[in-house]
Design a protein around this ligand. Structure first.
Ligand SMILES: C[S@@+](CC[C@H](N)C(=O)[O-])C[C@H]1O[C@@H](n2cnc3c(N)ncnc32)[C@H](O)[C@@H]1O
Length: 314
């Protein structure tokens, strides 16, 4: 994550090492953000190289257009990376991509802009959509959802122990007052969560859960993981950075499923021999101490890398 527009993007060096950029290669940055990774990738690409960037956030895409509209190597698409398969297909690049990067989650500019409604620290409309032109805002969903669904979302995506209390407090409040502001929700959660003050704001988990749910972040990642493998050229690299254990688990499992035979077939004779669609490259990569000093938000970043076997076509 380019946690902060002026800062270097998260895991900058490890991402570039993992992508092994060739001057004439074809690369995809599915999560442009403010272009920290894209800029570094372009610096390594020659005249023959190509970079496709996508983001679902209109402000991210406006930034990409402002910086790269005149660069003939760059193709910019506003899109959900769940659609990465059809986007790359339409460009005629399926099976030819040398590196695909997904740096998932929310960007610093999104978090820091109160009007986007992601932050409990700055009051703003309770929106939370990365693409404000599609789907329901957090306020709209909280106004109509069942108490049990609110509790489930907060428990599953926020791993919040007090999910039921928070859901009850939300439903009680909305009976008399619409919940439309981030500060209002933060106050409702703070009041519902028992216990002594902790260093983390009591609404941290609830806000994270609602953001993941409202943007269907896990669903989009699952689709991109499935379709992304087919886009890669033999030897092409798939690099995913996530910030949440649920996301990292998805990446780990999907990569492992493509790289290793299922456990049962390791013992039983099978008709079809297992053919690996990916090879794992190293294990989990985290930010080192130097990076954490420069950028504390990199603390939860987790990177995994896989490679399409040479000789394996799309
Ligand atoms: C962590 S930031 C990426 C930062 C970027 N690597 C940089 O160097 O500036 C995540 C970005 O991914 C975008 N994003 C998250 N989920 C997405 C999805 N499903 N489809 C497209 N973009 C998505 C967000 O809008 C945000 O701009």
């Amino acid at each position: 994550m380019a946690k902060g527009h002026e800062h270097e993007p998260v895991l900058h060096g490890p991402v570039l090492d993992a992508l092994r950029i060739r001057a004439d290669g074809i690369y995809v940055d599915g999560t442009y953000g403010r272009g920290g990774h894209s800029t570094a990738m372009l610096a390594r690409l020659g005249e023959e190289g190509r970079l496709v960037v996508t983001d679902r956030d209109p402000q991210a895409i406006a930034d990409a257009r402002a910086k790269f509209a005149d660069d003939g190597r760059v193709t910019i698409r506003r899109a959900n990376f769940a659609e990465i398969g059809s986007i790359i297909d339409e460009l005629g690049l399926s099976g030819r991509v040398d590196g695909l990067l997904l740096d998932v989650g929310v960007s610093s500019p999104q978090l820091d802009d109160p009007d986007r409604g992601f932050s409990f620290q700055h009051d703003g409309p309770l929106d939370m959509r990365m693409d404000p032109d599609s789907g329901e805002s957090a306020a709209e969903w909280l106004a109509r959802a069942d108490e049990s669904d609110i509790a489930r979302v907060i428990r599953e995506y926020g791993e919040e122990r007090f999910a039921r209390r928070i859901a009850r407090a939300v439903v009680r409040t909305r009976e008399t007052t619409p919940i439309e502001r981030t500060a209002q929700l933060a106050a409702i959660v703070s009041e519902a969560v028992p216990g002594p003050p902790s260093p983390r704001h009591p609404a941290t988990r609830t806000f994270q859960a609602l953001r993941i749910f409202i943007n269907d972040e896990l669903g989009a990642l699952e689709r991109a993981l499935d379709d992304g493998i087919d886009l890669l050229a033999p030897g092409g690299r798939f690099v995913v950075i996530s910030f949440h254990s649920l996301e990292d688990r998805l990446v780990k499992r999907r990569f492992a499923k493509a790289a290793r035979p299922p456990p049962a077939s390791r013992r039983l004779p099978t008709v079809e021999p297992f053919v690996a669609r990916l090879n794992l490259v190293g294990g989990l990569v985290r930010a080192d101490e130097d990076e954490l000093v420069r950028n504390p938000r990199a603390r939860s970043a987790r990177m995994r890398v896989a490679e399409k076997p040479a000789g394996e076509a799309a």
